[in-house]
Every structure is written in C-alpha cells, then in structure tokens.
Design a protein around this ligand. Structure first.
Ligand SMILES: Cc1ncc(COP(=O)(O)O)c(C=O)c1O
Length: 340
C-alpha cells in the first residue's frame, strides 16, 4: 500500500490524520445553510452578502473582503497580481513557492530549525528589508510546524516591509490559536493581505470556500481578476453564516485533545513541536517514512513531511480521543511487531 497523496487526503473509510479540519466538525448553522442553499440561478452565486457578513465578522470595513473558492484561489489571485520574487518564512506550505514559480519568480526561504522550529523572525525581517520583494509569505500558525507568531513578532515583520512588497499572511489555521493582532490593524498600512481558508474551521474541504481581507483598493484589484461565479452557491451560503471565531469552548477542547495527542506520541518516542494548530509536527527520525507506510497498511493516514524538507517528521491531525485511541493502538502494534 502506498503513502496517501500529499494533497487530496486519505481514501474514504480511513482514519484521516493527514489533513486537519476542525475536529469539532461542521457547525450546525453551516450545515443548515448548505442544505437550504439555492443553486438554480446565477443569483445564488452572488457573494456580496457573504462578503458583507465576513467583513463585519472580521471587524473591517465593507469592501475589505473578497470571497474565493478556498484559500487556494485567494493565493492564486494574489500571486497573479505580483510579478517578481518572493520571500517565505519556512518550512511552510508549498503552494506559495509553487504559485510563484508558475509565474516565473524565485522564492527564497528563511527557515526555522529543528528541534523546536522557533520562527526566526529577526532573520526574516532582516532578509525582508534587505531588498524589494514582490511578495512575502508567513503562515500563522504555520503549516507544518504549528508555531504561532507573537503579536510583537508580526508587528516587527510589518515594520520591516520594504515599499511595494506585499505581505501575505496565511491565517488558515488562526481560529484554533490564541489572540493575534486584529485584522483591521494588520491591513491598515495597505501592504498586508490576510488569506483565510474556511475549509479548516468549517471542516468542509468540499465547499471550496475562503476569503481575503485587505485594504479596499487591494481587494478591488483582486476582484477584477476573480472569475465570475467562482465560489459556488453552497460556498456563498455557508460563508454568509460563518464566523472566524471558533469560540472559547471549542478552542479549549481542541487544546486539551492536542495535549493528549502530544503525550500519546511521546509515549511512542515521537516528540512533538509545541503547536497552536489543529495538528502537531512530530520527530520520528529515520523511522518516519516506515511509520507512515505501516500506518497506511492499517488504513490510518498521517502526513510524512518530506515534501516540506523534513523527512524525519510526521504531521498528525488533532482528533477526538476515540480516534486518537485507534492511532495509539496501531503505534503499539508497530512497536510489538518491531520487537518480535
Ligand atoms: C496553510 C494552508 N493554506 C491554504 C490551504 C488551502 O486551503 P483551501 O482548502 O481553503 O483552499 C491549506 C490546505 O491545506 C493550507 O494548509
């Protein structure tokens, strides 16, 4: 059996720990909105109500939100509007470099180091201010490390931005983490663009829904490049009732499940990096690929991180205790097999 594809998720029927949607599931209000969505007319594809709602939810003015078909379309639109090279705070989500390369640009990376993967903010800010980049990317909390930037670190990065460099802050996992700099403050200067996937918080990859928060003039130019009817009717309906606030109860529940997972992995010799995301990055050394393959034989998908340049690490989704028990039993089985 092969390792599950890097994108695309586990086959149906597997325990899916290689993607990290909200482990509390899809909010009922979103389920109801999707079930009741009209899709018989082009009018059902009008994103304006959702955009007004999301702007109010984000605490920014009307006109500062663009609805997109997932964070994926948001990233593509942003990169399409910026010719030139990019700087990324790595190791991180590979789409930034891929999209920049498709436009003929090169990406330089300032990389956090194992074992703790503390974001090298000073080095990143220095590289940022050393020349003019078309784009700079930070993912906060970061995929795959789960590390979060402190508000003062985010402000230091903003302060180091050269003129005409756009800072893309991918906040796709931010609802799962603690407090951050308010969206209105981040976008005030005009150079920061916030990319928000609703896929994660709504636990709904199939909806293809996300959005950009940016200053009104930036949103207007992205809007001019978005294809007509890009987010589908169900995406528009879901977005119109969604909130970026996960709620304190869910955040605490997920944090407790994450702690539980970290302890369970440690008991099997897999040391996790401190995470504020709904996943943890765990060090498995030379066993990493073998563990992923052996778990795949048991229909359990975890993410081998070789494509992030981390072949000794696994990324494991935070799931409710019952699902964690299945993983723990499988890891115990692998150990028993290794000893026999
Ligand atoms: C950091 C990050 N940004 C964006 C995306 C894409 O999200 P969407 O499904 O909303 O296109 C992903 C998907 O895994 C991701 O990990």
């Amino acid at each position: 059996m092969t390792v599950p594809a890097a994108h695309g998720g586990a086959p149906r029927g597997w325990l899916e720990l290689s993607a990290s949607p909200n482990p509390c599931g899809t909010p009922q209000a979103v389920r109801d909105a999707v079930a009741g969505a009209g899709y018989g007319a082009y009018a059902d594809l009008d994103p304006r109500e959702a955009e007004r709602h999301l702007a109010a939810d984000a605490g920014v003015e009307e006109g500062c939100v663009l609805l997109t078909a997932g964070a994926t379309e948001a990233l593509r639109l942003i990169v399409a509007g910026a010719a030139g090279g990019a700087l990324v705070l790595g190791p991180t989500y590979g789409e930034y470099a891929r999209l920049v390369a498709l436009r003929g640009g090169a990406t330089a990376e300032i990389r956090a180091e194992a074992p703790a993967f503390v974001p090298p903010v000073e080095r990143f800010a220095a590289a940022l201010s050393s020349r003019s980049w078309a784009l700079a990317f930070v993912c906060d909390p970061n995929n795959p490390t789960g590390r979060r930037l402190a508000p003062e670190e985010m402000r230091a990065i903003l302060a180091a931005l050269p003129p005409r460099t756009r800072l893309v802050i991918d906040q796709s996992f931010a609802p799962f983490a603690g407090e951050s700099v308010p969206a209105a403050d981040l976008i005030a200067g005009g150079d920061a663009m916030l990319v928000r996937s609703l896929t994660k918080i709504l636990a709904a990859p199939g909806l293809r829904v996300g959005y950009v928060v940016a200053r009104r003039d930036r949103i207007a130019s992205l809007r001019a490049h978005r294809d007509p009817w890009s987010p589908g009717a169900h995406a528009c309906a879901a977005a119109a009732v969604s909130s970026w606030d996960l709620g304190a109860d869910a955040r605490l529940t997920i944090a407790a499940w994450r702690e539980r997972l970290v302890r369970a992995l440690a008991a099997h010799g897999l040391e996790a990096v401190p995470s504020e995301a709904p996943f943890v990055l765990a060090h498995a050394g030379s066993r990493a690929e073998g563990i992923v393959r052996a778990l795949a034989h048991r229909r359990i998908a975890v993410r081998w991180c070789a494509s992030f340049g981390l072949p000794e690490h696994l990324r494991v989704a935070v799931r409710p205790p019952g699902e964690q028990e299945v993983l723990v039993a499988a890891l115990a089985g692998l150990r028993a097999e290794a000893r026999s």
